[in-house]
Write a protein of this length. Sequence first.
Length: 347
Amino acid sequence: MNKKSFEILSADTVVAVWNDGQLTVVNDALLPLYLKRISNAEMWLESRAIDSHRANSRLLKKALRLAEKDDVSTVVHVNGATITDNYWVRPVGSELTYADVKFDNDYFSNLALKGTYDSFNRAANSKHSRTPELTNVGSFEKCWKLRDGNWWIYKKANHNELFSELFVFELGKALGMNMAHYERGQGIIKSLDFTDSAKVNFEPASTFMGDNEDYEDVVTELQKICPEAIADYVRMIFLDTVVANPDRHTNNFGLLRDVDTGKLVGFAPNFDNNMALISRGYPKKSTSKDLLISLFNELLDNHPMYKAYLPELDESTVKEILDKINMKVKRQEITDFVMSRYSFIKK
């Protein structure tokens, strides 16, 4: 496909045409949010590419015999399609349909996740060449697995990463938050696709915020485009504060969008918490000057009404979650750490 000229579609509706650096919008209501902010389709495709720094990404491209391995060429190989939205591209005048490009197998999942020579050799000898792994973004080795008709993300995780992801999931759920579903695996963490095979479109915050993750700027933008998402956003960063998650960035939170109308319908479920809590070792005792605590309290000072969104947390809830997960960790140290951080929030 000519990377300089192609149609951009939402399912089977043409929403724009890219021709030699010029974007012509055909259907603004269904246009990807990235292209509403930055009218550059090549940059948009680059943002959808597998991280080229992942070792298994390089093996995957080699096994698929991609002649050109740059981000745009990589994404174009699968028509720009992903699991979590129904945007894609095709040559101008092509009769391809969304059914032709939508993923229906996970043949390359083991190579993307494990990178073993056997999985590399099997992939290299496969008759298939289309895989959702080429648009599976993020820095951790991971893959999409198809189980009983449902897509799951499998991500590599050590003991502490696995515990931390599960703990945050269970804590958020116990506090009534909108959480993506997680399950424990052997050396991996599993997460169910919360778009249900793109029955809604996931628009990561990077599509409307770039890399600006400033709390105040995010709520200002949400107030403009999807005010009903603010409560869940505040709860997410409250949870980040309590569990010391420093890795909240604009590619691991976002909005859900109606596929038929393009209307933003709310905040996406909370996901990607594997850098929280003890994932990088047991953190030291927190103080009120902790950066995440300070930033969150500053937001509450500016918007006192947001305090109404915050759930109450008690020690018994933390201990019940520790019992439920039942992994070998320093239980009292984790309990004290979480409750201490909670005590510093200006409730």
